[in-house]
Write a protein that binds this ligand. Structure first.
Ligand code: 5MM
Length: 335
């Protein structure tokens, strides 16, 4: 097994998942707004430190994705934050896309940026201890959306990114997010997910990316946030995994799900039902940001006095997600 595949398999260890703590500064600030937390690098550092030093989380987390600002910050006693994670056996990784730009001539559609000098940036990130990276592209569902051109443009960039990352002996997490926004049905979402994943995997093959060293970070198939369609957790799990089984090659290292605006409880229950529906050809786990962090931010609310109880809330949330990954989560009774 290559080094890259070995890292991918460590990230996909049973009972563990990946914390997404890679909100860009503007997204992190938006999350802080809900609790009137001031937008300062120090508040973001305090918050990420709170997460990374929470007791016992290494039992439930295999890795954590950082934003560049965090990757360069240090804990109170001077240890770089990536090292704080690595010392606990949590593999540090970094978000390397440089956000979204409108796709000219395709209103409402975007393509992610950041390939220029990516190879040089990765050399520095590797020196900082990063062993994997993540790139997010976004696919919107709407009237006439997504277009094939938008899907192809983003799939192309994801494949180029993945090739560059592997050339630096790091694991690429490839994240084509199909957005929850809209009033589309579960079936519409599944169709878009299928089109997107088929195109992404065509492009990965075209650019000769080693799938044994790639982790797919994907949305679940879900009715849009503005839809009144009533679906249960089992339907979501079944529809989602039907798409995965149709589109994904057996060689892929594994699948991690994003939470994408679901409530934390739904994201965990969907993962539970996905696990129960298994087994699968690939390891399947979580890489949630909001579903792990919302309860934590609510307790912390920017007040240092709440740090311990916020860390307890974080531990509780990662324990639930871990239980769900193994099909052992029971709502309202998780320890
Ligand atoms: C979809 O967002 C990713 C997963 O988070 P959720 O579980 O909350 O959906 C997340 O890793 C995202 O890619 C980062 O927060 C970076 O997002 P921005 O918008 O700041 O580039």
């Amino acid at each position: 097994m290559s080094d890259i595949s070995a890292t991918a398999q460590s990230l996909l260890a049973e009972g563990k998942g990946i914390l997404a703590a890679d909100e860009s500064t503007s997204t992190a600030n938006k999350r802080f707004d809900d609790y009137d937390i001031e937008h300062t690098p120090e508040n973001r550092r305090q918050y990420r430190q709170l997460l990374f030093t929470a007791p016992e989380i290494e039992q439930y987390l295999s890795g954590a994705i950082l934003y560049e600002e965090t990757a360069r910050q240090v804990a109170d006693e001077g240890t770089p934050l990536p090292e704080v994670l690595a010392d606990r056996g949590i593999i540090p990784g970094i978000k390397v896309d440089r956000s979204l730009k409108p796709l000219p001539n395709f209103p409402g559609e975007h393509v992610s940026q950041g390939l220029d000098n990516l190879d040089e940036r990765l050399d520095e990130y590797a020196e900082m201890g990063m062993r994997f990276s993540k790139w997010r592209s976004v696919i919107a569902i709407g009237d006439g959306l997504p277009t094939d051109e938008c899907i192809t443009a983003n799939a192309h960039v994801l494949a180029r990114y993945a090739g560059i990352v592997q050339s630096k002996h790091m694991v690429p997490i490839v994240e084509p997010e199909v957005l929850l926004d809209g009033d589309h049905s579960l079936e519409d979402s599944a169709r878009v997910l299928e089109r997107t994943l088929n195109t992404v995997f065509q492009q990965l093959a075209m650019y000769r990316v080693d799938l044994g060293g790639v982790i797919l970070k994907t949305s679940m198939a879900l009715p849009g946030s503005g839809s009144s369609e009533d679906v249960d957790h089992t339907q979501v799990a079944g529809t989602t995994m039907d798409v995965m089984e149709k589109c994904l090659p057996a060689e892929l290292a594994g699948i991690v799900f994003l939470s994408g605006g679901q409530t934390p409880e739904d994201a965990i229950q969907h993962l539970q039902e996905i696990a129960v529906r298994g087994p699968y050809t690939w390891p399947v786990t979580f890489s949630y940001a909001r579903a792990l962090q919302e309860p934590v931010l609510k307790v912390w609310a920017g007040d240092p006095e709440n740090m311990i109880s916020a860390q307890d809330a974080f531990l509780e949330q990662v324990k639930k997600a871990s239980a769900a990954q193994m099909g052992a989560y029971a709502a309202n009774s998780a320890e």
